[in-house]
Design a protein around this ligand. Structure first.
Ligand SMILES: [Fe+2]
Length: 473
């Protein structure tokens, strides 16, 4: 069957479908040296396009999953990328064409895949209970081999997870190996059900709290503290009747409010505290922590619709707006249901990360992508959350960066002491690089820069797994 991709913005420039599986043993050093103690594998996931889209249109968050891994040991970095060969991928490979229609709208799919999961496995990868899992929020995790990225299968925690999907943004705790996760629209598309799961290091469910969202919201990310799980609901809403008409999976409702649920860990749905604010979007969370009766949440906040390609119910496309890292504070002693919000930095920024070992506790060091300009270029920013000082590394004109990954210098290193791994897009040559930065001094530039003889199209999120954990089966 002829393969011809449409000329649409979602495929322009760097985003042109790549469709390439790569293996490079030993990436070539351009400058510096890979820190000798760096030992482990960085896994990331992103979307690509297996075949031209069935309906001729696409949005950047859709596309079949490509898993990426950088294995680092003894100063050498090797790279591998593989399609995630899940049910969707295999069905399409057999047909030789796309079989799934509009993003997550099952009513627009080819009838031959009505019983096949449409999950793309393109958003994040985690390592839990000895399993390497690729995640996408509309499906259950898909397990792949930690060394080869070969497919193993869809994973439902031995049948114990009753939700139809799990988020791509769980929180994982290195101390006890606990996995805190959730499912939204957990009984199917357009349902208001949401469930919080606390799962131990052997895949046993320790706590499971089901409750209802105020509307069938997008819930892309959440945050946890020792006592609370924080869920944001934003008015990107799914309406099954709209899906039946061939509409988009979400519609933007500017007259609805943002609602935030603070779910007490170990509690019940009756213990949930609800807070409300004007319509906007909370996308990725940097961190949350407790200070007396106040819960603070640092998140990228949009004052309007974060996904302008999802229109209002009457078909209006509202202007997109930039995200700003903001601190939301919820006072549990307050009688009202409002919350405080202030900007932490005045430059737009997204994909925030911390030293993951300290998630849920007040951190000093934050990292994110800052300042994506009209030319597509961007920089890595490091923020001192105590002083507010922001320092950055810009890889140069015509270059942009993926989400950074913090790696501790050694197991007992203080918070923020370590390295940042960053994939750099060289837009002028259409090739990528791997940069390794000192997380305490990003402005100094990379301690090592490695050449990649290909373009790493897009990756969303990923996880660092220390070599010792990978080798101990
Ligand atoms: Fe995300």
């Amino acid at each position: 069957m002829e393969v011809r991709f449409p000329d649409i913005p979602a495929y322009h420039g760097w985003a042109k479908p790549l469709r390439l599986e790569s293996t490079v043993e030993g990436l070539e050093l351009i400058e510096g040296a890979v820190p000798a103690g760096l030992d482990g594998t960085w896994y990331r996931a992103g979307p690509d396009r297996q075949y031209p889209p069935m309906l001729g249109t696409d949005i950047f968050i859709d596309g079949e999953g490509m898993a990426h891994m950088f294995r680092i040991k003894d100063g050498v970095v090797s790279y591998r990328s593989r399609w995630v060969r899940n049910d969707r991928y295999m069905a399409q490979a057999k047909a030789g064409r796309s079989l799934f229609g509009l993003y997550r709208n099952r009513f627009t799919d080819d009838p031959s895949v009505k019983d096949v999961s449409g999950g793309t496995a393109n958003t994040n990868m985690i390592f839990h209970d000895g399993r390497l899992l690729v995640l996408k929020e509309d499906d259950l995790p898909f397990e792949v081999d930690r060394d080869t990225l070969d497919p193993i299968g869809r994973y439902d925690f031995g049948g114990k997870v009753r939700a139809t999907s799990l988020t791509a943004h769980p929180k994982w705790y290195p101390d006890d190996g606990r996995l805190l996760t959730y499912s939204y629209q957990a009984r199917g598309d357009g349902t208001r059900d949401i469930v919080f799961y606390d799962i131990d290091d052997q895949g046993r469910i320790l706590d499971e709290i089901w409750f209802e969202m105020p509307y069938a919201s997008l819930v892309h990310d959440f945050a946890v503290t020792p006592n609370w799980a924080i869920f944001p609901f934003m008015p990107l809403i799914t309406d099954v009747e709209n899906l039946k008409r061939g509409g988009t999976f979400y519609e933007w409702h500017p007259n609805e409010q943002v609602v935030v649920a603070l779910v007490k860990r170990g509690g019940t749905k009756e213990d949930i505290r609800w807070f409300r604010g004007p319509a906007g979007c909370l996308s990725h969370m940097m961190n949350a922590w407790e200070e007396g009766s106040t819960i603070h949440l640092d998140t990228c906040y949009y004052d309007g619709n974060c996904f302008p390609f999802f229109p209002t119910p009457d078909g209006q496309h509202v202007e997109g707006c930039p995200p700003f890292l903001s601190r939301l504070s919820f006072d549990l002693n307050s009688d009202g249901d409002g919350f405080a919000r202030r900007r932490i930095i005045n430059t737009p920024g997204e994909m925030p990360r911390t030293d993951d070992r300290y998630q849920g506790h007040e951190c000093r060091h934050g990292f994110l992508i800052v300042g994506r300009g009209p030319d597509g270029s961007s920089a890595i920013g490091r923020i001192d959350l105590r002083s507010g000082e922001v320092t950055r590394w810009h890889p140069g004109p015509g270059a942009s960066v993926h989400e950074p990954q913090f790696v501790a210098r050694c197991p007992g290193a203080p918070e923020g002491d370590g390295w940042l791994l960053v994939i750099v897009n060289r837009l002028e040559t259409n090739l990528s690089e791997l940069a390794i930065l000192d997380a305490q001094d990003v402005a100094a530039g990379p301690v090592a820069r490695l050449y990649m003889p290909m373009r790493v199209r897009t990756t969303f999120h990923g996880t660092w797994v220390p070599g010792e954990r990978l080798r101990s089966r």
